[in-house]
Design a protein around this ligand. Structure first.
Ligand code: FE
Length: 249
């Protein structure tokens, strides 16, 4: 478990190494404010058992008030039913996915606790703090939301800023780290037009840390700025379409 913030009854924590085997590395983030918790992108079944035990040492299951799913991918929602069954938490996800996620097997009694986030985002109280749901559509999913924690000034960026490969939890050498992000963003992000719209939006926020769902954290305003500049200038997705469309030999 790693800490991103811990002050005045408010904590931002994450688990970096609960995934094993063939499953892609993923971070599970937790916001705790005065005994109330929000769990972000909790992941699949193998992570569920370990994460549940880890969380129990932080807050009782009754303290887990909110689940957040940045989008509909299995590394985020596969164990949604387990979390909804053992807690009374409300799950928040883009309204585009509330009728698709039940295909992962959400029990009828729990399905009403999955709340659709409007395309324009929104805000929510967590303990005495507040988070904002930011629109981040097409980064990479068509219904994609990020979370900005107004207390710690951490932006949870989901798949944006993801790196696959390195095992460290915090970015220290940005240039070296960018080599692990480039291929992922070029293929998983559909268009730089969405990234530019995102960059314009988040430059209006006071951000101390960018915390993606895969790979390492960008801590401090300088690192945050470097990431935004880097990703904004990257060509990706449909801009590289012609290279991709070739008949195989
Ligand atoms: Fe995804």
């Amino acid at each position: 478990m790693h800490k991103l913030y811990d002050r005045d009854g408010h904590q931002n924590l994450f688990f970096h190494d609960l995934c094993e085997g063939a499953a892609v590395q993923a971070n599970q983030h937790v916001i705790v404010d005065h005994g109330e918790a929000m769990l972000l992108d909790p992941g699949g079944h193998k992570v569920y058992t370990k994460l549940f035990a880890e969380l129990a040492s932080l807050v009782p299951p009754s303290g887990l008030k909110h689940l957040f799913f940045s989008h509909q991918d299995p590394d985020i929602v596969a164990a949604a039913n387990g979390w909804l069954m053992v807690t009374e938490a409300t799950a928040h996800v883009s309204k585009l996915w509330t009728r698709f996620i039940p295909h992962f097997g959400i029990d009828a009694f729990a399905v009403d606790r999955m709340i659709g986030i409007e395309d324009g985002g929104g805000k929510l109280a967590v303990g005495s703090g507040q988070v904002k749901f930011l629109p981040a559509h097409f980064l990479h999913s068509s219904g994609n939301i990020q979370v900005y924690d107004c207390v710690s000034k951490i932006l949870y960026s989901g798949d944006l800023g993801a790196a696959v490969g390195p095992e460290y939890a915090f970015v220290e050498d940005f240039e070296a780290h960018a080599r692990h992000m480039r291929g992922f963003h070029q293929r998983y992000m559909p268009t730089s037009r969405a990234i530019r719209a995102w960059a314009r939006m988040v430059r209006g926020l006071d951000i101390e840390t960018i915390a993606p769902q895969h790979g390492a954290m960008f801590v401090g305003k300088e690192m945050v700025g470097r990431f935004i500049d880097w990703v904004e200038s990257l060509e990706c997705g449909i801009e590289l379409l012609e290279e991709l469309y070739q008949v195989p030999d």
